[in-house]
Design a protein around this ligand. Structure first.
Ligand code: MN
Length: 356
């Protein structure tokens, strides 16, 4: 049994549950490796087997991909199938994922299985997923590497007269060619005044020399996401542009010098925030320093003033300070890093120069 499933079962035991019903597709994949779009998991305690429920379309795929689960093919409604399984294995207290089970699903479950005691709880996968396994780290590094290669490619491709959309498409196509299965999110290419928009998705605006271009993009490799941002200028930056860029870079460097396991996520955020605040730009850094990345583009922990998670080796987070000045422009620089036993390792290798 893999370590993630082991941790899940200890959690079940502590809460005196007979089973937990997982409906979140990301968590189904995380615990079983099954990639079908129809999946429910019942995680149980021995001697009851773990159960994966899917439908006819995925019968063969489930047999191939999944080990350590009894695969059940749903024939009637999912609620009838579940109710039969609750009876068959004498499951009396069953945890439900409070963030995914809707009131309608809950009502149906109660109707089909009136004797089961359902408890609404947070799925512990969110917490277990924060620390990546060595296998996950390999896939995440690959996703990061594809984005890095795309950035080097785009540096050659960039020229005045291109639209933001053309740049985004070139990045996306290049990452797909290198094995990315899809974009990690809508690619951001925000130039000129639009660089002041932290999430300025690419438009038909034409690139000009002397203006900021913020490019924020990533890919998905075998289920794992990457996320990076670089800000550049075609031609000569002016003094203020240089000053803001250096400040953002300094904030990021400050994080790399001081981030450590044992520190709270909010303390990591404060490292960068202090540098930006002291320079008088506290109003212009309105988002958190970063976020966890893994099977989702945004996951726990959040490097924000409100997240008290203790950082641990093996957590993967972005470090992405930014300064946004309305109707002038903005700068963000973002890497993915893994927390190590004595600091962090920067996974994103792309160069950080303003002038291109
Ligand atoms: Mn990000």
């Amino acid at each position: 049994m893999n370590n993630n499933l082991f941790r899940f079962k200890s959690w079940l035991q502590e809460r005196e549950l007979d089973a937990f019903l997982i409906s979140n597709p990301v968590h189904c994949f995380y615990l079983s490796g099954f990639t079908g779009t129809k999946c429910w998991l019942l995680i149980t305690l021995a001697p009851v087997p773990n159960i994966l429920i899917t439908d006819f379309r995925y019968r063969e795929q489930a047999q191939e991909q999944v080990q350590g689960y009894e695969v059940v093919i749903q024939e009637e409604s999912i609620f009838q199938t579940l109710s039969q399984l609750f009876k068959q294995y004498n499951l009396k207290t069953v945890g439900l994922d409070q963030d995914n089970i809707t009131l309608a699903v809950y009502a149906k479950l109660k109707e089909e299985a009136p004797n089961v005691n359902f408890c609404s709880l947070q799925d512990p996968c969110g917490e277990i997923r924060r620390v990546k396994t060595p296998d996950e780290l390999i896939l995440l590094k690959k996703a990061v590497e594809i984005a890095d290669k795309a950035f080097l490619h785009i540096l050659e491709y960039l020229q005045p007269g291109l639209t933001e959309r053309e740049i985004a498409l070139e990045l996306e196509f290049f990452m797909r060619r290198l094995g990315g299965s899809k974009n990690a999110f809508d690619t951001i290419v925000a130039s000129g005044n639009r660089a002041a928009l932290p999430h300025g998705v690419a438009t038909n605006k034409i690139l000009q020399t002397g203006e900021f271009v913020v490019m924020d993009f990533g890919t998905v490799y075998q289920g794992y996401y990457s996320d990076m941002t670089r800000t550049i200028i075609l031609g000569e930056p002016d003094l203020r542009q240089q000053e803001i860029y250096q400040l953002v870079l300094q904030a990021q460097t400050e994080v790399y010098r001081n981030i450590q396991p044992g520190m709270r996520a909010s303390e990591a955020d404060a490292l960068a925030r202090r540098i930006i605040e002291e320079a008088g730009y506290s109003e212009n850094f309105g988002h958190g320093l970063g976020h966890g990345v893994g099977l989702e583009i945004h996951e726990e922990p959040r490097l924000s003033p409100r997240d008290e998670t203790i950082l641990e080796p093996g957590m993967i987070v972005t470090v992405e300070p930014g300064i946004y000045i309305p109707s002038w422009g903005g700068v963000r620089i973002e890497d993915m890093v893994v927390i190590t036993s004595d600091g962090c390792e920067i996974l994103t290798k792309s160069p950080k120069m303003l002038r291109v």
